[in-house]
Design a protein around this ligand. Structure first.
Ligand code: AHR
Length: 324
């Protein structure tokens, strides 16, 4: 295991000064100095959605391709499990810890432990809410507020009169739930006719989305639009809408976020009306950042993923090439 960050950094600095060649670190050596393999401890959120499944696969595949030894744990959407996993990685003296925080707050203590153990931390997908930015090297992931804004823009452009929206929120306290709500509300604020009449968490799962939508259909006399913070909850809502004898995409319009295959299929079939893309394929960039961080090289504090949006027509065209 590589626990020689300082040594590695000085060798690299020396190499830069003396222009030493690729032979110095041994053939196929990812760190370029010691011949050791980088070990990464990755604490994943869970397996709550199609997006998460694609994200996990991307991380596992790209770690393998980069020759990084990946220790992977699934927190089953519980912060305490993620904290335990991080402490475990600290004990194992991994070279780098990467994780996608279940919720935004409550990380300072464990991340301070990692810092004291001299183990760099990379945030992927979701951010933490902490004043201490020295607790992590970089944050790679989407701009969730912007995703909410894109959903809000579509809503504003497509509302034809008084519009009652029900919102299926992601996991309470999670960055994408907080930010997607914020971005959407920011945009619809310009149209007092568009109202969020009910908003509740479906925990980013299909079953959660279905259950909450069933309750909304009983409690709300008029629902025009569902804004779901991810595809899976939107797909659950579709089941509930059909069971209530209504037509998803027509009687009740649906906006979601992610653009995973199942969501895109429902969009192409007319059951969803608009999807804001959230890219789960973070593995390659994460491994590139990891190599730099372990070598002690400078990395940008924030790396934002590029993503677009899909209408029904665009989904039909994109589906055959969709990887996930
Ligand atoms: O953090 C990314 C979000 O988490 C995805 O939008 C959602 O599907 C997942 O569960």
């Amino acid at each position: 295991m590589l626990k020689k960050i300082t040594t590695a950094a000085s060798v690299i600095a020396l190499c830069a000064l003396t222009a030493c060649g690729s032979g110095s670190g041994g053939a196929g050596n990812s760190t370029g100095s010691s011949g050791d393999t980088i070990t990464m401890g990755f604490a994943q959120v869970g397996a709550e959605s199609g997006w998460r499944t694609a994200n996990t696969k991307s991380i596992q595949d790209e770690a393998k391709a980069a020759g990084i030894d990946l220790k992977f744990s699934d927190a089953q959407q519980k912060q305490e499990n993620q904290i335990k996993a991080i402490r475990n990685y600290i004990q194992q003296k991994v070279d780098v810890i990467a994780f996608s925080p279940v919720v935004e707050t409550g990380w300072d203590t464990v991340l301070l432990e990692a810092k004291r153990a001299n183990i760099p931390v990379i945030l992927t997908d979701r951010a933490i809410d902490s004043d201490d930015t020295s607790l992590y090297k970089t944050f790679l992931g989407s701009d969730f507020v912007e995703e909410g804004r894109k959903a809000g823009d579509w809503m504003v452009a497509n509302a034809t009169g008084p519009t009652n929206v029900v919102e299926l929120q992601g996991t309470t306290g999670a960055a994408p739930a907080i930010d997607r709500k914020k971005g959407f509300e920011e945009k619809i604020a310009s149209k007092p006719d568009i109202k969020i009449v009910a908003s509740q968490t479906g925990d980013f799962t299909r079953s959660g989305g279905k259950q909450v939508m069933e309750a909304f259909l009983k409690s709300q006399p008029k629902i025009d639009v569902v804004y779901a913070h991810n595809d899976d909850m939107g797909l659950g809502a579709i089941e509930a809408i059909k069971a209530a004898g209504k037509v998803p995409g027509k009687d009740i319009k649906i906006i979601t976020v992610d653009a995973v295959k199942d969501g895109m299929t429902a969009l192409a079939n007319g059951e969803i009306n608009f999807i804001v893309e959230c890219n789960p394929l973070l593995g390659k960039q994460l491994m590139e950042l990891t190599k730099k961080v372990v070598k002690g090289e400078q990395v940008p504090p924030r790396v934002v993923t590029e993503e677009g949006t899909f209408t029904q027509e665009q989904a039909k065209a994109a589906l055959p090439q969709r990887q996930y």
